[in-house]
Write a protein that binds this ligand. Sequence first.
Ligand SMILES: [Zn+2]
Length: 248
Amino acid sequence: MKYGGCTREGLRGQAVNLSNTSSNLVTHPNLRNSMAHTDPNMIKAYKKYNAYPKGQARTKKYKTSPKGKALIRKLESSPKGKARRKKYNATPKAKARTKKFQSSLKYKRWYKKRKPMMKKHYSSPEYKLSKKNRRQRNLDSWKEILPREALCGICGKAIFFRHEDRKLPRINFDHQNGGNEVIKGSPARWLMNHLATPKNIAIWESCDFGILCNECNKQTPTKDRKQWATNVVKYISKGTAKIVWVVG
Ligand SMILES: [Zn+2]
């Protein structure tokens, strides 16, 4: 049976002259597929078919086949698929479903089986070591790119990046562009989690971080720092502290 080119009336069994429609419309497989997915009648027909035991068995067979599994994985890991899942999971229906599943025996059994494994994995010295090693490796990869020694931009104190002597004051990377940088959080933490690849170096350079010592970094606000600096200058030249008198 060929659905392509059929009108609503045609599907309902009324006489349709297929020769009247363009032959491409009827036979072109791409067009037929695209029509099948947009035509409400076809969607209805597919749904009806899939609800039959035969259709259900067919769907199940496809979903468990390597081809079907690969397709599901591809769809679910795509940004569109992730967004759809997130949207679906926020619906009351999905929440109720999750809640029901989590109180089911099946979930409890699964969790019971998995819990010691997870606990063992996350508390194992191997896991902790690997995380530590990963961070060390990432930080070390930036040694060639970042300055090893610098002077604080405000107080002029000598500060260091990854110096062997941990007691020496360290370099603090400062959001000097009002927080509009690509790296929003702590730059030091970002360095820990990212290897110095050309892509990451480009991201880092786009941020144009300032270099400060720990104390100066703590005292400098990220936002509206020009206004803050003006206020400081005003204050030290005139003493503009406002006193609020409380009467009574
Ligand atoms: Zn300083």
